[in-house]
Design a protein around this ligand. Structure first.
Ligand SMILES: [Zn+2]
Length: 594
C-alpha cells in the first residue's frame, strides 16, 4: 500500500473536513452537511459522505476526496497536503515519498523560518534583554502562562539576529519570508522587526505563518507593524487566535470578536477561549466565512458574534463594513460596549471575568444597539423624529436576508422605537428584491429517467446492490439505450480492471455532466433501504432491459415499413424474420440474480 492509500485508509474525511467546517450528520445516514468553505452561502449545500469518503458542494461544484479538500482549503500542493495530514494526524510519511517539488520545498522552508523566528523571539523575551518588555506585559496583566501559550516574543533591537540565524536559507528565501528586508542603498539585509514585542500569527493548523510587532519605544512608528503577505500568509484569510478559539466557539455557537492582540489574549487567559481578533482592519469575506464555519449550523441557527469594539468609533477602521459583512452572512450580532470605553483586557483585570461574561451574555443585539444610537440622535417625541430614526436603521435592516429573522427584527425595532410595525413592513415590501428572480440550481439528475436514477442510487448506496448489478452487467453488457450508459460502463471497467470501487476513481473517469449526476445521487435526501437495495436495483435493471428490447423492436418495425415503402421486399422479409425471432425470445435470455 502506498502512502496515499495508507493515509486515506487511516483517516476519516469527516474528521479532516470537520477540522475546518462544522458538519452536521444527516440522521443515521452517512451524509454530513455543512456550509461550503469555498463559496458564500447561507444554507448548507456542502455534503461529506463518510462511506464514500467524498465531499461535494451543490452550490459551486467543489468535490473530491480528503486530499483534494486539504489542497483546496489550504492552497497547498498535493505533496504538501500529504505532509500536512501526516503531521497533523501523526502518520509518519516515508522519506522516499517526500516532495521534490520546488514550490513545496520553499513553502516548507518558510514555515521552518517562521518557527525559528518564533523561537528566537521567545528566547529574547525570556532573556536579559527582555526585562523591559516583560515589565510591560506584566503591567498589562499578561500572565506567564499566557505569555508561553501565545508564544509572545521580542525582536532584537540591532536588526541582525534573524539575518544571521536564517542565513542558511539563502537570500531569496530570506526576502520571501517577509522576516528580512533588503537594504535599499547598499547590499545586505536587516531584520524587518526590531525592538518590538512580537505576536506570532498562526494558521488554522496552528503553524506560525506571520508576526505582528508592537513598538516598545514611545516614539517608534508605526505602533503596530505586521508581516507582509507571503506564500504562506494571506492576510485576508487569517484571524488572530482562530486555531485556539474554534473548539469552544463550536460548542457555544458563539465567537467574540475583538480588535487587538492584547484584547484577545486578555479574554482568553481569563478562561473565555472563543475569541478572535481582527487586528484593527475591517473584516474580509474570507474571515467572516471562517468565523461562520465554526458557529453556524443552519440558516435558522446561524450562531452569534459578540462584537467587542466600539462600532461608533468606526469609519476609519471599517467597523461598519465588518458588521455589514457579518449581517450579510446571516450571523446574529451582539454589540458589547464596556463601561467607560475600557479595553477588554483592562476591564477584566479591574472587574473580573465574571463581570465581563455577564456583559457579554446580555449584550444587546446590533439592532437594539443601533436603535439606542438612533434614540439619542433623533427627537423620539415627534412622529417625524421616529421616522427619521427608522430611516437611520433601515440600511442595516435591509441586510438581513432571512425572512423570519427580519420579521422578528421589525417587530422588535418598531416596538422599541414606538413606530407602527405596519409602516415598517410597507417599507420592506417596496424595497425587497423579487425573490423569484433568484436563480435556483436545477438538479441535473432530475432529467434522468426514473428507473435509471433509482438503479444508480441503489448501487451508489449499497455495496451488495453494486456487486450484484455489476455481475449482471458483466455477463450481458450494458443495455444500449441507457442515458447513464457511460457511468455503468465506467464502473464495469473499474471492476474488470481489478480496482476497488471508490467514488473518487469513478468521478475521475467521468465527464462533467455524469460527475454531477453521480454527486447528486450520492447525496440525495431520499435514502434507500439497505435491505431492499439489491432487489430494487435488479428490478430496475430488468425493466430497463425490457425497455431496451421494446425500443429495438419498434425501431425494427419502423425500418420494415420504410424498406417496404421503398419497394425492397426481400430486405423487408429478412427484417420481418429478425423481428419474429426477437419476439420469440420474449424475455432476456440470461437469468440474473433475483
Ligand atoms: Zn461551494
Amino acid at each position: 500500500m502506498d502512502f496515499v492509500d495508507q493515509l486515506k485508509s487511516q483517516l476519516d474525511i469527516v474528521d479532516v473536513v470537520g477540522h475546518y467546517v462544522r458538519l452536521k450528520r444527516n440522521g443515521a445516514s452517512p451524509r454530513h452537511v455543512g456550509l461550503c468553505p469555498f463559496h458564500t452561502e447561507k444554507t448548507p449545500s456542502f455534503g461529506v459522505h463518510s462511506v464514500h469518503q467524498f465531499y461535494k458542494c451543490f452550490g459551486c461544484d467543489a468535490k473530491g476526496d480528503l486530499i483534494k479538500f486539504v489542497m483546496e482549503i489550504e492552497g497547498t500542493t498535493f505533496w504538501e497536503s500529504l505532509k500536512l495530514l501526516s503531521d497533523r494526524y501523526g502518520i509518519p510519511m516515508p522519506q522516499r515519498q517526500r516532495p521534490d517539488d520546488p514550490e513545496a520545498r520553499s513553502r516548507d522552508a518558510l514555515f521552518e523560518m517562521h518557527e525559528i523566528a518564533a523561537r528566537t523571539f521567545e528566547e529574547n523575551l525570556n532573556g536579559p534583554a527582555g526585562a523591559d518588555a516583560r515589565g510591560y506585559l506584566e503591567r498589562r496583566g499578561v500572565s506567564p502562562e499566557a505569555l508561553r501559550e501565545f508564544r509572545l516574543g521580542l525582536a532584537d533591537a540591532r536588526g541582525q539576529q534573524l539575518v544571521q540565524r536564517l542565513q542558511r536559507f539563502g537570500p531569496e528565501l530570506m526576502e520571501d519570508s517577509g522576516l528580512i528586508a533588503k537594504r535599499q542603498e547598499s547590499s545586505g539585509f536587516y531584520d524587518r522587526f526590531r525592538n518590538r514585542l512580537m505576536f506570532p500569527i498562526h494558521n488554522e493548523s496552528g503553524k506560525v505563518i506571520a508576526f505582528g510587532g508592537r513598538a516598545l519605544g514611545p516614539d517608534d512608528q508605526p505602533k503596530y507593524l505586521n508581516s507582509p503577505e507571503t506564500k504562506i500568509y494571506r492576510k485576508t484569510f487569517v484571524l488572530y487566535n482562530l486555531h485556539r478559539a474554534k473548539a469552544q466557539a463550536r460548542k457555544l455557537d458563539r465567537m467574540i470578536l475583538v480588535e487587538g492582540y492584547m484584547d484577545a489574549i486578555g479574554i482568553y487567559q481569563a478562561g473565555i477561549q472563543n475569541v478572535v481578533a481582527s487586528c484593527g482592519t475591517s473584516l474580509t469575506n474570507e474571515q467572516v466565512r471562517s468565523i461562520k464555519r465554526q458557529i453556524a449550523q443552519t440558516e435558522a441557527n446561524a450562531g452569534h458574534v459578540v462584537v467587542n469594539f466600539d462600532p461608533d468609533a468606526g469609519g476609519a477602521r471599517g467597523t461598519e463594513r465588518s458588521i455589514n459583512l457579518l449581517l450579510a452572512e446571516g450571523l446574529r450580532i451582539n454589540i458589547l460596549t464596556l463601561p467607560g470605553d475600557a479595553d477588554p483586557d483592562e476591564f477584566i483585570q479591574r472587574q473580573g471575568v465574571d463581570a465581563y461574561r455577564r456583559l457579554a451574555d446580555s449584550a444587546p443585539t446590533y439592532f437594539r444597539w443601533l436603535a439606542d444610537v438612533a434614540r439619542t440622535k433623533f427627537d423620539m417625541q415627534s412622529a417625524e423624529g421616529r421616522v427619521q430614526a427608522f430611516q437611520f436603521l433601515w440600511p442595516s435592516l435591509q441586510r438581513v436576508h432571512d425572512k423570519l429573522e427580519r420579521a422578528a427584527l421589525v417587530n422588535e425595532v418598531s416596538s422599541y422605537l414606538g413606530i407602527d410595525p405596519q409602516l415598517i413592513r410597507e417599507q420592506f415590501r417596496r424595497a425587497s428584491p423579487d425573490e423569484s428572480a433568484i436563480r435556483r440550481v436545477a438538479a441535473i439528475s432530475s432529467s434522468v429517467p426514473p428507473n435509471e436514477r433509482l438503479l444508480l442510487s441503489c448501487i451508489l448506496q449499497s455495496e451488495d446492490a453494486r456487486s450484484a448489478v455489476l455481475h449482471y452487467l458483466g455477463a450481458g453488457g450494458v443495455p444500449g439505450n441507457l442515458q447513464l450508459k457511460t457511468i455503468f460502463e465506467a464502473m464495469l471497467a473499474m471492476q474488470n480492471g481489478g480496482s476497488p470501487f471508490t467514488l473518487t476513481t469513478l468521478i475521475d473517469r467521468l465527464h462533467e455532466r455524469d460527475q454531477k449526476i453521480v454527486g447528486e445521487l450520492t447525496f440525495q435526501d431520499a435514502s434507500i433501504d439497505a435491505e431492499s437495495a439489491t432487489a430494487q436495483a435488479i428490478h430496475c435493471l430488468k425493466a430497463l432491459e425490457m425497455k431496451s428490447i421494446d425500443d429495438r423492436r419498434s425501431a425494427l418495425r419502423r425500418r420494415i415499413r420504410d424498406v417496404e415503402n421503398e419497394g425492397k421486399l426481400e430486405e423487408a422479409l429478412r427484417l420481418a424474420d429478425e423481428l419474429q425471432k426477437m419476439e420469440n425470445e420474449q424475455r432476456p435470455k440470461r437469468n440474473g440474480p433475483c
